[in-house]
Design a protein around this ligand. Structure first.
Ligand code: PLP
Length: 408
């Protein structure tokens, strides 16, 4: 099973015990799981991986759980890598793939992180968990907590997509709608966690969600037969998937599984909330709080990511970039992706198509490069956003071309 040794502060380097529930380091830095990769290198062979489960748990030696019976899995990970030939031809990208994480349990990539976090909560004897969320993480937490029999307390912005609210309620979580953003929800959770005996599983305050998300990087390498693509587009809110993939690439090098250049990491944000883009362009190491954040890509409405330094470092080390797109363009691209590839993506994933078009036009990316877009969620979870594109008029049906059929 695991080769986990300890937790290490990403800011001050302090070592923390991985056998007890942990949140941030006293210095305020997020903790990262560290493994005995030398032992893993000797005792584990990448050629054995296909014999493991067809879920992210096939990478168990570099995941934190030590007791197999603690694993709470709904079949997350090992999502399809779809060769987007038709869209690629339209955009002028000869080698384009969509990694479709919208097919995960609960319809988003958040399943990876929450499967790992809840499994560790079970292993460490936690009974009550709490989360502030933009929506999809809450849906995943509710499902995995239900599967594990844990009590889940969820805090969401009041205008969260309806699908997220309903999935949390359906799974029996205790849901509070907050007049504010995810940052306001986070404040409430941190104020109440100690008093109410909740374990806070907020992004990066809990050290194992990122471990689940790093499997996105392992899977890319496995799909590409232990090489890596030239560029990975990632819709960035809290940035955990991006930091996680970067960690996976470093671990795989230490395992001797991949060599050569890592992909350029491209953070895609929305015009209505782009703290990472602003910090990247200014050459800053931290993000400033983005005031009055709003976007239909609700998962990207994170006004100040806790892992800002780690995100910005990964972007710069990789030779990547960060750019923001409009809601309008993202929804349009969502329909283009659905019409040309049959993938109905969350606006977060669709935003990456807009960003790709821009980076090909500017010459930042070359037409022959191997490019992956991470679609992080299912379009079906965003029906309010997409229905603005297909208004239905009262009293009549629409024909296939969108024209109104007058009722007889
Ligand atoms: C569909 C979707 N994409 C992307 C993100 C951003 O994820 P991360 O926090 O890893 O940047 C979220 C977060 O809620 C999301 O729900």
């Amino acid at each position: 099973m695991t080769t986990l040794t300890h937790l290490e502060c990403s800011r001050c380097g302090a070592r923390h015990d991985a056998r007890a529930p942990q949140n941030l380091c006293p210095c305020g830095g997020p903790l990262l799981a560290r493994y005995d990769l030398a032992t893993a290198r000797e005792s584990w062979n990448r050629d054995w991986i296909p014999n493991g489960p067809s879920s992210m748990w096939r990478y168990a030696p570099v995941l934190p759980v030590s007791k197999p019976q603690a694993i709470v899995s709904l079949g997350e990970g090992m999502t399809p890598l779809v060769r987007a030939q038709r869209l690629g031809e339209r955009l002028g990208a000869a080698q384009l793939w969509i990694k479709d994480d919208g097919v995960n349990p609960t319809g988003s990539f958040k399943a990876r992180g929450l499967s790992c976090a809840i499994s560790m909560a079970v292993e460490l004897g936690v009974r009550k968990v709490a989360i502030p969320s933009a929506g999809n993480a809450a849906g995943a937490l509710a499902a995995y907590a239900a599967a594990a029999g844990l009590e889940a307390h969820i805090f969401l912005p009041r205008d969260v997509p309806q699908a997220n609210y309903i999935e949390c309620k359906a799974s029996g979580a205790r849901v509070t709608l907050v007049d504010g953003l995810i940052s306001d929800c986070a404040r409430i959770v941190s104020e109440r966690a100690a008093r109410d005996g909740w374990y806070d599983v907020s992004t990066l305050k809990e050290p194992y969600r990122i471990e689940g998300k790093k499997t996105m990087g392992y899977e890319l390498a496995e799909h590409f037969r232990w090489t890596l693509p030239d560029a990975v587009f990632y819709p960035t809110g809290g940035g955990v998937g991006l930091i996680g993939m970067w960690k996976a690439f470093a671990e795989m090098e230490e395992l001797g599984w991949t060599v050569g250049r890592r992909p350029k990491m491209i953070a895609v944000q929305m015009e209505g909330c782009q703290p990472v883009v602003r910090a990247f362009e200014r050459g800053d190491e931290h993000c400033e709080l983005w005031e009055d954040a709003w976007t239909v890509a609700s998962g990207l409405r994170v006004p100040k990511p806790l892992g800002d330094t780690l995100i910005l470092r990964a972007l710069r080390e990789s030779g990547g970039t960060a750019l923001a797109v409009s809601d309008e363009a993202a929804l349009e691209a969502g329909l283009e992706l659905a019409a040309w590839e049959g993938i109905f993506a969350a606006p977060e994933g669709a935003a990456c198509v807009v960003a790709l078009r821009r980076l090909l036009a500017s010459g930042f990316l070359k037409p022959e490069e191997r490019i992956v877009i991470y679609n992080t969620g299912a379009g079906l979870k965003y029906l309010e956003a997409y229905s603005t594109r297909f208004p239905r008029q009262a009293g009549g049906e629409q024909d296939k071309l969108g024209g109104l059929i007058t009722p007889r």
